[in-house]
Design a protein around this ligand. Sequence first.
Ligand SMILES: [Zn+2]
Length: 237
Amino acid sequence: MTELLYLKDSYLKDFEALVIESKERKIVLDRTAFYPQGGGQPSDEGEIHFSRGKAYVFKVYKLEDKVIHEVDKEIDEKERVKGIINWPLRYLYMRYHTALHILSGIMYHSYKALVTSSQIYKDKARLDFDLQDFKREEIYKVEDEVNRIIKEGREVKIKFVAREEVLKDLIRTKVNLIPPNIKEVRIVEIEGFDAQADGGTHVKNTKEVGKVKIHNFINKGKHNKRIEIILEDDRSI
Ligand SMILES: [Zn+2]
């Protein structure tokens, strides 16, 4: 089993690890800071430095309790390696991920809208909502609200909470989606605003998100509305 370093420290940019499995340029490490795609957040990219040079990591994903790193070179088992995250790309995903939580918080508080799916890309991100009565014009109000929360510079905290506590306190969290064997739930809390069970990486303060622009609003049916956002000061990666 791999220790998931990014769950406790989203700002970890490099780390040392041991290769515990290696087959056809797919490696498993004893610990990793590489985020495996999931929960709408794409896979990290980066490099793994090892005795014979460096390999490019182009895809990371979970397979049962393992994290698979797809690399472009063979790396032997039992090698001690150094992993280096493509930080500009990861940081962009962190900013988008926190932006989506702010958006979902506003849509829930103002319209009781629940998220049905989410996806972050390199140049935008989107949330789909189960939402019926919503006028297109209201999207500008939503955009203002998102930017207000960002500007307030609220702290984003990561907590590990006992499953029973989550059931008591966080009505919005879809606890029923969390497998029964999970005793502790990771919570991402935007101070005084929103808390969600989440496995993704986030910025420490909402200010880091920068200005959000609603890029598109798509009516995908009676219950399904899609909101796309872009980060205006999207420092190119
Ligand atoms: Zn999330």
